[in-house]
Design a binder for this molecule. Structure first.
Ligand code: NAG
Ligand code: NAG
Ligand code: NAG
Ligand code: NAG
Ligand code: NAG
Ligand code: NAG
Ligand code: NAG
Length: 375
């Protein structure tokens, strides 16, 4: 059962028109492995000490935050949106499924501020002829705010993406505005790229190709991210906005701590960073704690992969490359030895949130060109 919230045809010019449908998808009985955590975030002292533990130079061996294996089974409501060109060609039968990163929600792919079209991969994709599906990951936006320690973890996010993809691909899907979807291509940004990579590993039959940004597959630089992002308990930081959230939902302390991760000057507009901060969606500590603990192996994935991360885009990506992607790239290539083709090329002037930098349109053209050539 889909709860249809709105159905808006958008007119941008006589040549371009597309329609979107927003809905809540009730997923039932999603099961996944999970972890018991060895820590609990109750207040700002706890998250500060967690930051120290995660940021220390030997955190890889000294602290992993995991007490043991567990499993999770749950029903989750996922807030999502499907868009398709009004004047559809066969291209519209391919859906680009977009998974956002930590601290964001689905608007990363289609920014909501005045003039945001320039920064919208969704807009670029429907203009090219594709259908697009984007959603709020579990724990973000308007999706279920499940327990941030025990439930909102990496493996369940992967299974949710798999379930959503199956719903889009099923014949006569109620989620595709009567477009008969024949194939899915998966896009990820940052944490969403890791989820996408894990989907490609666990469920390769569900995807035709993947495009990853804000991603290197190399975890060596996460301590720089965590040290500078300065997370705080969201409910205590801004009770009016987030007082209803359990304390394991955390968020960067201010605009500048957030920009430290997401942006690189002089390649962005400060007003875009301000918008990004204004739509921050707190992330669950269970997500970061379990990312590096979940084994998945991408070495057998034989479909097209675009790891348009370090050199192609986000050359100055902080969390993926430690702020300088030169020389990190070939370690990424080793993770995808059978990808065919593996597309990693160029240099791109941007920080981590590549879609929100000045040259986003060049990145979008390269991403969509990759899809067109390889599907
Ligand atoms: C839930 O899923 C599990 C396997 O993932 C299955 O064994 C069980 O029967 C399902 N329960 C319901 C109510 O569908
Ligand atoms: C739809 O696309 C066809 C073929 O590309 C074109 O001839 C037609 O004018 C388009 N219609 C509208 C309303 O844009
Ligand atoms: C969540 O729902 C509210 C109320 O309908 C809406 O204003 C807001 O844009 C939605 N946010 C997202 C990320 O979909
Ligand atoms: C999908 O809809 C078509 C046309 O309404 C119908 O012929 C077909 O049987 C349906 N397929 C499934 C799997 O429900
Ligand atoms: C990859 O494929 C090889 C050869 O078929 C197989 O031995 C190996 O177990 C596979 N690895 C994974 C992670 O599936
Ligand atoms: C990786 O890239 C660096 C810088 O481009 C280069 O110096 C190095 O030889 C490469 N290493 C491998 C294993 O290809
Ligand atoms: C790329 O960014 C530079 C500024 O960093 C700007 O001068 C140039 O116009 C941009 N190009 C495109 C195509 O966006």
């Amino acid at each position: 059962m889909a709860f249809v919230l709105l159905f808006i045809p958008l007119l941008f010019s006589s040549a371009l028109a597309y329609s979107c449908q927003s809905y809540t998808i009730p997923l039932k009985n999603i099961s996944a492995p999970s972890f018991e955590l060895s820590f609990e975030i109750k207040n700002q002292w706890d998250i500060t000490d967690w930051t120290v533990n995660e940021a220390r130079r030997d955190s890889a061996t000294a602290f992993n935050g995991i007490a043991g294996p567990s499993s999770v089974v749950g029903d989750f409501d996922i807030s999502a949106r499907f868009c398709t060109p009004s004047n559809a060609t066969e291209l519209a039968q391919a859906v680009l499924v977009m998974t956002h990163g930590l601290g964001a929600d689905k608007t990363y792919w289609d920014p909501t501020f005045e003039g945001g079209d320039k920064y919208s991969l969704l807009h670029a994709a429907v203009s090219t002829g594709y259908s697009v599906f984007h959603y709020d990951r579990l724990g973000t936006g308007n999706s279920t705010k499940a327990d941030p320690h025990t439930v909102v973890q990496f493996p369940v996010q992967v299974e949710i993406l798999a379930s959503l993809t199956r719903l889009l691909l099923q014949p006569n899907s109620t989620y595709t505005m009567d477009v008969s979807i024949k194939s899915a291509v998966h896009f990820g940004h940052s944490y969403g790229s890791y989820i996408t990579a894990a989907l490609a590993s666990a469920h390769p039959e569900l995807t035709q190709a993947i495009s990853l940004s804000g991603y290197s597959g190399v975890f060596d630089f996460f301590n720089i991210l965590i040290a500078g992002w300065q997370s705080r308990v969201a409910a205590l930081l801004d009770p009016a906005r987030w007082g209803h959230l359990p304390h394991g939902y955390v968020t960067p302390v201010d605009l500048h701590a957030d920009s430290y991760l997401e942006f690189k000057a002089p390649y962005f507009d400060h007003r875009v960073a301000e918008w990004g901060f204004s739509v921050k969606s707190p992330y669950a500590v269970g997500e970061l704690a379990t990312l590096g603990q979940t084994p998945y192996d991408t070495t057998n994935f034989t479909k097209p992969v675009q790891a348009s991360l370090c050199v192609y885009q986000g050359r100055y990506d902080l969390s993926a490359c430690g702020g300088n992607c030169d020389g990190v790239l070939n370690r990424t290539a080793l993770l995808w030895p059978q990808a065919n083709p593996l597309d990693i090329s160029g240099t791109f002037p941007a920080g981590h949130s590549v879609n929100l930098h000045f040259n986003s349109s060049l990145a979008f053209a390269a991403m969509l060109d990759f899809v067109r050539k390889n599907t």
